[in-house]
Design a protein around this ligand. Sequence first.
Ligand code: NAD
Length: 464
Amino acid sequence: MIEKTGNPYYNLFQKQKSNQFNVANSAYNQRITKLNALQRAIEVTFRDEIKEALKKDLAKPELESEMTEIYQIVGEIKHAKTYLHQWMRNKKVRTPLSMLGSKSYIKYEAKGVCLIISPWNFPFNLTFGPLVSAIAAGNTAIVKPSEMTPHSSALMKKIVTTVFHEDEVALVEGEVQTSTDLLKLPFNHIFFTGSPMVGKIIMKAAAEHLASVTLELGGKSPTLVDKTANLKTAAKKIMWGKFMNCGQICVSPDYAIVDEQIKDKFINECKAWLKTFYGDNVETSDSYGRIVTPKHYKRLMAHLEDAKSNSATIYSSSEADEASKYISPTLVSDLKEDATLLQDEIFGPILPIVTYKTLEEAIAYINDKERPLALYAYSKSKKNIRAILNNTRAGGTCINNNVIHYANHNLPFGGINNSGIGKSHGYYGFKAFSNERAVVEQQTYGIAELLFPPYTNYKEKLAR
Ligand code: NAD
C-alpha cells in the first residue's frame, strides 16, 4: 500500500510519532509490564516455536538456540528490570557557585520514534535485544529483521503483534527496499546491526534527518596466542568460539595469530578438540549448524578456492555439500597476505592461522587492519597482556577466552570505527535510546542576573 507521501510506512511512522509522548511518559511499572510480557512470550509462549524457526533457518542446535538466543534476551530483560528504576531517575549534578539559587540534573528521556534493523545470524537476540533497551528507555520502535531468516522473521512478527500495539512497537518484514523506504522517514534514533558496508548506507541516510545512530558492525576479530599460553585450553575455547553457529558470529575469532614456535602444536590441539566436539563425521553431528543461504555458501567456498590456488595448507578435508549448505570446520595456514581469507570478514567456519616472530610484529599486523569488534589474547604473561591492551584498539576484549564478554550485561557492547559506533546492552543500551537532557532549574533569583544589561557600572554592581 502506497500512502500519501509515497512511502508505504509513512502512516505507521505517524501513528508512532503521535503516540511517542504517551510511551515516553509511561511510568516505571508500565515499562516493567511491557518487559514482562515480552519475557513471557519468549521464555514460555513461543519458546518451542523459536527453536523450530532457528532449526529451519540455520539448522541451529537446540542448546545453541537456548544459550545464544533465548537465554540472552531473557538475561537482557531481567537485567533491565533490575536496574530500570535506577536508570530512569534524574541524575543530580553539581551546580557552580555562579548559578547560586539553581539546581542541575540530567533527565533521561526517550529519544522518540526509533528504527531497529537487524541481521540474520542471531535473528531473535539481535532484534529483541535492542528492542528491550528501546522499551526500557520509553521509545516507540519500528523493527526490520533480516530477510535471510524468513521463519524467524515471520515468528518475530507474530510475537510483536501479540505483545504490542503497533503504535508502540511494530515489526515490518522485507528486503533492502523495505529498509530503504524506512530510512527515508525522520526517525529520532536508528539502531543498526549488520555489515560495515551497509552501516555506511545507514549512516548516510540518517544524516538526511540528523538522526542519531548506533551501528553494531563486524570485521576481522583477531585471536592472539603467545608461547606462554596454555595451548590446550586456548585451542578448546577458540574452537568453541569459532565454530559455534558455524562461524557466523560478529565476535567470532576471525583469524588466529600465533607465535611461530607453537604453531604446529596449536594446530594439533585444535584438530583434537574438533574431533572431541563434532566426532569423526561432522556432517552427522547434531552440535554443528549450517550456512545461512546458498549465496553465503558460495562466498565461503570462493575463499577456500582462493586459498587452495595460493597453495595454502588446509587442515581438514574441508568437506562441503552445497545442497545442505554444509561446510566442515576448516583450519588454514601458510596463506599469502593478499589471500581473501586475510582481507575480508569471514563469517563462516574457516579459521586462518598466521604466525608472528615478536609480539611487536603481531601488534603491528593487527593494527594494520581495520579496528576490530573484538580482540582476544591468550597468554600467561601479564607484560604481554598489558602490551596488547595498551597498543591496540578494539570494541571489546577477552583475555584467555573469546566471545563471552558479549554475555556480560554490565559491560558496554559495540565496536570502534569500522566495527561500529555507539554501545549497547544493559545501561549502555538504555543510554543509546535516551536523550540525556541537561536541566537547570531555578526557583528564585539567580546570581547571574547581576550581569544582565545595562553593562555600565558592572564593577560596582558586582562589588555590592
Ligand atoms: P547486512 O548488513 O547485509 O544486513 C543487515 C540488515 O540490513 C538486514 O536487515 C538487511 O535487510 C539490511 N540491509 C541489507 N542491505 C541493505 C541496504 N543496502 N540498505 C539498507 N538496509 C540493508 O548484514 P548481515 O549479512 O545480515 O549480517 C552479517 C554482518 O553483520 C557481519 O558483518 C557481522 O559481523 C555483522 N554483525 C554485527 C553484530 C554486532 O553486534 N556488532 C552482530 C551480528 C552481525
